[in-house]
Design a protein around this ligand. Structure first.
Ligand code: F6R
Length: 263
């Protein structure tokens, strides 16, 4: 687990966007796992800018989003499909046919989940999975108690998650009760994972993820077990960590070594 602490939320988003852009520059047909949520907005802004100024093309990239609300139509402003279209897809050169989100209105939700897993496999698996984190430590919508080997399925959202997400709805009771989400096992199959957390309200979940025991009660903690996981934080999200000085030193030394190597 590589822990990167940036000065501000904006710097943290920059770091994440750069990581994605470098991948797409090196592999124009990369398979990206994407996330929604307020934390991701500045990341998509930077990806869009790089696409619009001609630095990269997303034309051959394929994407798979982590999750979608059950019972919310793709055309609804509350759907994650709508969020992705408006924040990223519509303003890039990406081929819409290569952008995937689960269909939360599918007649047979179980079949939809199985099909989603199949599509990821057919695409050759995910090169880089972008993640946010819930204040309860969830990744995707793998709420506390989720199996650490779970695959894409329907999950019930906790009261805390519905409360956190009520800021995107007119009233708290409008927040859906369930979502289709990639499982923890599905996420762990990605070749690289980049988790972005910003803000004080994520600090406790971040501490449990990075320094706590590996536990299904904080599904993000399973990333301790991933061979290539980056945890990118701003100072607020890192504020409850005990070993900040060690993470900063490790990162400084790693960057120095890299720059010597590249000379
Ligand atoms: C969204 C997702 C969630 C969010 C998390 C944080 O696709 O999978 O895990 O990343 O709930 O959301 P924000 O960024 O709104 O705090």
């Amino acid at each position: 687990m590589r822990v990167i602490i940036e000065k501000s939320a904006s710097d943290a988003a920059n770091f994440v966007a750069e990581t994605i852009l470098e991948l797409v520059e090196n592999r124009p047909n990369a398979v990206l796992g994407l996330a929604t949520g307020g934390t991701m907005t500045p990341v998509y802004e930077r990806l869009l800018a790089a696409s619009q100024n001609g630095r990269v093309s997303f034309q051959a990239v394929s994407t798979f989003n982590l999750d979608e609300y059950v019972g919310v139509k793709a055309s609804s402003e509350h759907s994650y499909r709508y969020f992705m279209d408006k924040s990223f897809f519509e303003s890039t050169d990406i081929d819409r046919c290569r952008t995937h989100l689960p269909d939360g209105c599918a007649e047979d939700l179980r079949a939809e989940c199985e099909q989603y897993e199949g599509l990821i496999e057919q695409a050759g698996g995910i090169d880089l999975q972008l993640l946010g984190i819930g204040s309860d430590g969830h990744i995707g919508f793998n709420e506390p108690g989720s199996s650490l080997s779970s695959r894409t399925r329907v999950k019930t959202l906790t009261k805390q998650t519905r409360l956190d997400n009520s800021r995107f709805f007119a009233a708290p009771e409008d927040v859906p009760y369930s979502a289709i989400t990639m499982g923890v096992g599905t996420i762990m199959d990605a070749r690289q994972i980049v988790l972005l957390a910003t803000g004080k309200n994520k600090a406790i979940a971040v501490r449990a993820t990075v320094e706590g025991p590996l536990s299904a009660m904080v599904t993000a903690s399973v990333l301790q077990w991933h061979p290539n996981a980056l945890i990118v934080l701003d100072q607020d999200a890192a504020s409850e960590l005990e070993n900040v000085a060690d993470y900063l030193t490790a990162e400084k030394i790693q960057r120095e070594l890299l720059s010597q190597h590249n000379k």
